[in-house]
Every structure is written in C-alpha cells, then in structure tokens.
Design a protein. Sequence first.
Length: 212
Amino acid sequence: MKNVLVIKANNRPDGISTKMFETYIEEAKKVEDINLKIYDVFEEDMPYFGQQLFDALAKQSEGKALTESEARLLAAKKKAMDLVTEAEIIVLAFPLWNLTIPAPLHTFIDYIYQAGFMFKYNEQGQLVQLLTDKKFVILNARGGYYSSPEAQPMEMSVNYIKNVLGNIAGMELLDEVIIEGHNAEPNRANEIIEEGLKRVKGSAQKLAAVTV
C-alpha cells in the first residue's frame, strides 16, 4: 500500500489548478494499493508562522503551560508534519498567484520546514537532507507563459516548491504537470486546459508503477 498525500492549494471552484486536483484525485482512486489522503490548505486551521510559534515551542520544551492559541498553532504544525511523515508520495496542486504560491500553502511549508525534520547540519556545517525516502508531484497552473528563458526567473511558485522539497528536504521529483498560457491565449484556452488535464490523468496513472 502506497501512502499518497494530495495537497489542494486553490479555493477557487473554477481554478485550473482546482480542476487539476479534481482530475488527479478521480484518476488516482482507480489505482490499486493506494492510501489517499487529502489536505486542503484553505479548509484547515492554519495560523500564520511567527513569534507566537517560537514562544510556544520554547514553552513546550520547558514544560510550561500553553495558551489556547499556542496549543492550536502547535497542533496545526504537528498535523502537517505527521501527514508528511506518513506519506511516501506528496502531490501538490497549486496556482501561480502574483508570481508565487498562495499564502496558506506557504504556511504549510513553514510548518514542515524545520531543522531536524526536513534537514540537519553535519559536523562540517553541511546541510544533510532528511526526507530522501519520499517523492513529490507538482501540478501547477499559470495563466501566462513562464517557461521561456526570459520569464522563468520570475516564476516563484514551482521553483520554490522544487527548492524546498527537492534541494532542502531531498525528495525525488516524481512528475511535473504545468498548464500555462490559457489566459495569455484565450482563443486557445480550452485546448490548452484539456491537453493539460490529459497529462494530469497520465501522471496519476503513473502511481501504479511507483515503488516505495
């Protein structure tokens, strides 16, 4: 049984990355021996990462009583970390908004981006990746074109996720499906989206052949 965590990071019902998420889930359910879990960052209780979290962690380590809001924050962080720990494959469906990822998805990353969990430093001060036994899949939608050499450096959603999960945590990029240009070329929007959703189906079907 393969444990697959699918993270939904778009609350727009008509969002293209929402359609990618729905398509992936529908197809993944047809794959045998899959334990599928869904984490919707817009539906979860996810307080922002900040000083309150550092205060709560310090209190926790000292055995001091937590406030209700501190306990709520630590519980949200623990849930995110537990889901990542259990998962062997992590699928992220998210849009490019204002050149980056939606804020709730960033909060999820903040929760799991922890030394001792995602990475550590060895005695020589070198970074050691700690999640090398996991794989991840990117499902991303962006209305413009960002894959060209001149525009690619502006793209800070897919690049960010690849850097965090791949370069820092050490996860293997299993697959990547990007739908782009449907806003830039409205006359071709349906064609672009339909072709992209076919690739999403194919990506979900690949789960059958993955060894973990």
